[in-house]
Ligand binder design. Structure first.
Ligand code: THU
Length: 125
């Protein structure tokens, strides 16, 4: 599956985000080596710290389904945001150094590609 197609899958996930407090909807889609797609969206809570990021929802969902053959991940947000610190740590530990495609819902043709070794140098663990 092309990065463009995976980004479109992340936009589907983004549409499911529950961002009632920040109004900042994030979607993620993990592609597996056997071409499956695992979705994640941010889910906010009135008890603010209970909020969970889109990337970690997808990663935790995949692992809980015993899916670990990760190929790439796409992350969509209005400002093409890069993953937060805790998400970088979890990406490092559980996804490894796979391509991370970042884009936004308005201009999906343009995307950036990152690797966690660059986003999280000198990781803990
Ligand atoms: N958010 C993510 O989903 N991923 C990140 O890497 C950073 C932030 C979410 C959390 C919260 O629901 C909203 O974006 C605003 O911070």
């Amino acid at each position: 599956m092309s990065p463009e197609k995976l980004i479109k899958e992340a936009i589907i996930a983004q549409s499911r985000a529950k961002a009632n407090f920040s109004n900042f909807k994030v979607g993620s889609a993990i592609l597996t080596k056997d071409d499956r797609v695992i979705y994640g969206c941010n889910i906010e809570s009135a008890a603010y710290p209970s909020t969970m990021c889109a990337e970690r929802v997808a990663i935790y969902s995949a692992i809980s389904q015993n899916i670990t053959n990760f190929k790439s991940i796409a992350i969509i947000s209005p400002s093409s945001a890069k993953p937060c610190g805790p998400c970088r740590q979890i990406i490092h530990e559980y996804l490894g150094n796979i391509p991370i495609y970042i884009s936004n819902e308005k201009n999906t043709k343009e995307f950036e590609t990152y690797f966690i070794k660059d986003l999280l140098p000198y990781p803990f663990g």
